[in-house]
Ligand binder design. Structure first.
Ligand SMILES: [Zn+2]
Ligand SMILES: [Zn+2]
Length: 244
């Protein structure tokens, strides 16, 4: 089946995410825009995923529990998990690798944990946008250990991307897909980085505000509409290989 997807969105738990990006609003706006499956990928945490999945069940939209991990090199990586339990175990582990710097809501914004009815049920104290201690060379195997998959986020951006920060993607990183923004010049990127030739590209919104969620336009073909089907699909993709 063909599914309209968006595998990179933020909620009000990300300090840079708008307050209106509650799990309820995010899911219902995505549904309204015609999406079939989304992932909630807050910075370095999965704590709002369970609520978003609950809203998704009511609204008829599949929600994949995910995270936008910031590696030690300050490279953003989209991580997706088959279920909340695996995602939360990963989230707890990442929390333990974060520098113990407290959030300053007056400067960076609040980091709100919400239930499926927009009630605030907690806040995250540590600043979620800082780098974890996970290196990009270990991220694929680490995420795999938790049953998930990952790919480097917005590789065409000039900050927090593998190309901006490291200048290249190498086969030993172990990725089999990448994310580009809707504005990316794909041909130019492939020309500059031939390792990307033939590699699966996901185009996600990286929405931090309700109005940033895009109309349904990017499709994926899967045997069923589920988080597990997405994970299996990405796992089945060939790893990037160095071209000779
Ligand atoms: Zn990012
Ligand atoms: Zn993001």
């Amino acid at each position: 089946m063909e599914l309209y997807y968006d595998f990179h969105t933020h909620s009000c738990l990300s300090p840079c995410g708008d307050k209106d990006m509650t799990p309820y609003n995010l899911v219902n706006m995505s549904k309204l825009l015609g999406l079939d499956i989304i992932a909630l990928t807050d910075h370095n945490t999965c704590r709002n995923c369970e609520s978003a999945i609950k809203v998704g069940k009511e609204a008829g939209l599949t929600v994949i529990p995910g995270m936008e991990l910031c590696t030690a090199e300050e490279v953003h990586v989209v991580c997706l998990f088959p279920d909340t339990e695996s995602a939360m175990r990963f989230s707890d582990y990442i929390h333990s690798t974060m520098p113990p710097v407290k959030n300053r809501p007056d400067i960076f914004g609040e980091q709100l944990v919400m239930d499926e009815r927009d009630n605030v049920i907690g806040t995250e104290d540590i600043l979620l946008t800082l780098a974890s201690s996970v290196s990009i060379s270990n991220v694929c195997s680490l995420v795999e250990d938790y049953g998930g998959v990952c790919y480097p986020a917005h590789i065409d951006r000039s900050s927090y991307s593998v190309l901006s920060n490291l200048g290249m993607i190498t086969e030993d990183m172990g990725f089999s897909a990448v994310e580009m923004t809707a504005d990316a010049d794909k041909d130019a990127l492939i020309k500059g980085h031939p390792i990307l030739d033939g590699v699966t590209v996901f185009v996600d919104s990286d929405a931090h505000y309700l109005e940033n969620i895009k109309d349904a336009q990017n499709k994926i073909s899967l045997p069923e509409n589920s988080a597990k089907a997405v994970i299996e699909y990405i796992k089945s993709l060939p790893k990037m290989k160095k071209l000779i």
